[in-house]
Design a protein around this ligand. Structure first.
Ligand code: ATP
Ligand code: MG
Length: 415
């Protein structure tokens, strides 16, 4: 079972309007467990419409069409569907009456042009449109060139998003196969692994066509695994999600840090609060990003004591009393920042991030510069060299997340 969505309208192909119908319909079909393989956008042109309909009918089982049902000369969906099926347009009396009544209730006579909206390809079914004039069209056709195969289902709906939405929910969805299937989703978040490495560790779990499906997406160095399970009952879906979750956790181990919309800072502060421990931060290169995230967490008050932003020698002297040392290696600087920070805030842990060296974009691939991260605790301080290569657009969040992750891993080791 695969679907294609066709958006018809020159206002779409010229870029004047954004095709939001296809996006909304795709989410709806996903909920029904019907995968969408193609989005096609086409101008108000009869030959082009017939072309895309032919292609869609040959490669999809369900074809959802929006737009081109209006009364004007550039509204060609009816004609295109009739040509595709090789049939004539015939007048559908009840639809004509509905359109006449629609205008009468607005105190107007029906313009003659609106008559065409009651024309339907012979053998098709009208789809009621209680909030507009044009009915939609439902058709089931043998697959072109393969009459023995299962038929193709086509639904043509208005372009106006509110009319399309209502017609889909009330008329189209109940006619679709698999409409009674349930779908449940879950998300598992990981940090510290690249996308391809994650895929490697997951192996067959991410194979296509598997149920539940597991997809990988990356956002600012956080990797999310999205589980999509289909089932006849809630219980069946939950069992599939739970099994997939357990498999993922077993394969990825400590790289998994949370679920749904949890961020590293949420999880970290919860772990700290659970242990009755506190954290402070000193940041140069990330300009306070850790502090911004940590202060936005509402659920674990008290675990984050505060932080300083110290991107210059002057700031480090004023706020941490650190004098710029001659020839000081930056690894040592990170360590001192974390130690002094911990002492000044009287926190159990302190995280520090040094400033970034000036990055020459041309040279970055060959020899990526490094910053240093440090974690101070009751036992002293540990520093880590952090490679600043990779996508510069996410450098700050990647560094800040790496620092938070250092402490998360440290806490995991000593519960
Ligand atoms: P009607 O029967 O109301 O005339 P129609 O089927 O002829 O509708 P169009 O004339 O193609 O539809 O479009 C009507 C309105 O809906 C326009 O404002 C158009 O920009 C908008 N529209 C059409 N298609 C889409 C789409 N795919 N996504 C978002 N808006 C759309
Ligand atoms: Mg149009």
């Amino acid at each position: 079972m695969r679907a294609e969505i066709i958006a018809i309208g020159t206002e779409l192909t010229t870029g004047q309007k954004l095709d939001t119908n296809s996006q909304w319909l795709s989410l709806q079909l996903a909920d029904l467990g019907i995968p969408v393989h193609f989005h096609t956008t086409v101008a108000d042109d009869l030959a082009a419409n017939v072309d895309v309909l032919r292609i869609a009918a040959a490669r999809a089982d369900v074809v959802l069409i929006t737009g081109g049902l209006g009364p004007t000369l550039d509204d060609l969906t009816r004609d295109a569907l009739a040509q595709l099926a090789g049939v004539d347009l015939v007048l559908h009396e009840p639809s004509l009456e509905f359109i006449e009544t629609f205008f009468r209730h607005r105190g107007r006579a029906m313009p003659e042009r609106n008559r065409v909206q009651a024309l339907l390809p012979a053998g098709s079914e009208p789809l009621a449109n209680p909030i507009g004039t044009a009915p939609g069209i439902w058709m089931e056709l043998p697959r072109p060139g393969d009459p023995d195969a299962s038929s193709v289902r086509l639904a043509a709906m208005p372009g106006v998003p509110s009319e399309m939405l209502r017609m889909f929910l009330e008329q189209v969805r109940p006619r679709l196969p698999g409409g009674e299937m349930l779908i449940r989703r879950a998300r598992i978040n990981c940090f510290g692994l690249g996308e391809s490495h994650t895929e490697e560790l997951l192996g067959d779990l991410t194979a296509r066509g598997r149920d539940p499906e597991i997809g990988i997406t990356a956002h600012e160095a956080t990797i999310s695994l999205r589980i999509v399970a289909h089932g006849a009952t809630e219980e069946e879906c939950r069992r599939k999600v739970d099994t997939a979750r357990a498999e993922i956790e077993q394969r990825l181990g400590h790289y998994v840090y949370g679920t749904e919309d949890e961020e590293l800072e949420d999880v970290l502060l919860r772990m700290l609060a659970g242990r009755g421990k506190t954290l402070s931060t000193a940041e140069a290169g990330t300009g306070g990003l850790m502090a911004q995230w940590l202060t936005a967490v509402e659920r674990s008050p008290g675990a984050y004591l505060g932080g300083v932003v110290v991107p210059t020698d002057a700031a480090r002297r004023a706020l941490l009393g650190i004098e710029p040392a001659d020839g000081a290696v930056r690894a040592e600087l990170a360590g001192r920042m974390a130690l002094v920070c911990r002492e000044r805030f009287q926190s159990d842990y302190a995280l520090a991030i040094t400033q970034y060296p000036r990055i020459d974009p041309a040279a970055v691939m060959a020899n990526a510069p490094a910053a240093f991260l440090a974690l101070a605790d009751a036992d002293g301080v540990k520093t880590h060299e952090f490679n600043l290569g990779g996508n510069p657009a996410i450098l700050r969040s990647r560094t800040a997340k790496s620092a938070l992750n250092l402490l998360r891993l440290r806490l995991l080791r000593s519960p």
